[in-house]
Design a protein around this ligand. Structure first.
Ligand code: NAP
Length: 250
């Protein structure tokens, strides 16, 4: 087995996933960087990981469904002889609006990626890392959100709903996999400065809402990445089933 641990990140081409990939490479991990369509961004992340001494592969696939997840994990199996950390990071909000005004297809697409996609990614990770299946244990990190305790009224209640499901998944799966040597935790970012807000139709959302944050500013993708790296470190050896807020006091 290779010496370097391997981390697989869905949605690793931009934002929190990209920052996590690069920081993980600097911390000694090899990387599987999944992306949906932005090959240029994924290539830049792979190059940054390689510059930090890691082996890294980019894999294009829509992880909202099983076919896409199988493609990502097949690429991981082909590139590496081990798997240590799976980050179910790929997510979307859909266009911001009230529920009454929201497009039903946008709602379904968001819930499918954020909930079904994350479950399917975690399932593939569990099947490879479970000790009873020949794995060596490891970590699953899910991306929750501050939306869970706010509810995101007038913006994306369906997104908040999907992230509530992530907290439940984290709780249940942590108990299911504790005896298999797999830690399951989540991070719940607050307002983090990434492209997700522009994709929701609100490019200046972080700046406009910073007055609502006790620390007075939005967070960076790197600050969330640092928290993910803490959760998969030896310093968090007795932590499982928890959702760690990274939200500046919000
Ligand atoms: P982002 O900047 O919009 O990046 C999204 C990433 O996901 C990109 O790498 C994108 O790939 C990928 N992606 C999107 N749909 C995909 C699909 N169907 N299959 C595979 N990959 C897909 O997002 P972010 O802000 O970093 O958010 C990452 C996670 O943190 C999400 O789960 C989000 O809900 C959560 N979160 C974010 C915030 C925040 O304020 N930013 C707060 C709380 C929680 P391409 O580059 O190829 O498009």
């Amino acid at each position: 087995m290779s010496n370097r641990p391997v981390m697989l990140i869905t949605g690793g081409s931009r934002g929190i996933g990209a920052a996590t990939a690069i920081k993980a490479a600097q911390a000694g991990y090899d990387l599987v960087v999944n992306y949906a369509g932005n090959a240029e961004a994924a290539g830049a992340v792979v190059a940054a990981c390689e510059a930090a001494g890691a082996k890294a592969v980019a894999v294009q696939a829509d992880v909202a469904d099983q076919t896409g997840n199988e493609a990502v994990f097949a690429a991981a199996d082909a590139a590496f002889d081990r798997l240590d950390v799976v980050v179910t990071n790929a997510g979307r909000t859909g266009l911001a609006s009230t529920l009454a005004e929201a497009d039903p297809e946008d709602i379904a697409k968001t819930v499918t990626l954020n909930v079904t996609g994350a479950l399917l990614t975690a399932r593939e990770g569990a099947r490879r890392m479970m000790k009873s299946r020949g794995g060596s244990g490891g970590h699953i990190i899910n991306l929750s959100s501050a939306a869970v305790w706010i509810g995101s009224p007038n913006e994306f209640v369906w997104y908040a709903t999907s992230k509530g499901a992530i907290d439940v998944m984290t709780l249940g799966l942590s108990k299911e996999l504790a005896g298999e040597g797999i830690h399951v935790n989540a991070v719940a970012p607050g307002l983090i400065d990434t492209d997700i807000h522009a994709s929701a139709g609100k490019p200046d959302r972080v700046e406009k809402m910073s007055g609502l944050i006790p620390m007075g500013r939005g967070g960076s993708a790197e600050e969330v990445a640092d928290t993910i790296l803490y959760l998969v470190s030896d310093q968090a050896s007795y932590v499982t089933g928890t959702v760690l807020k990274v939200a500046g006091g919000r």
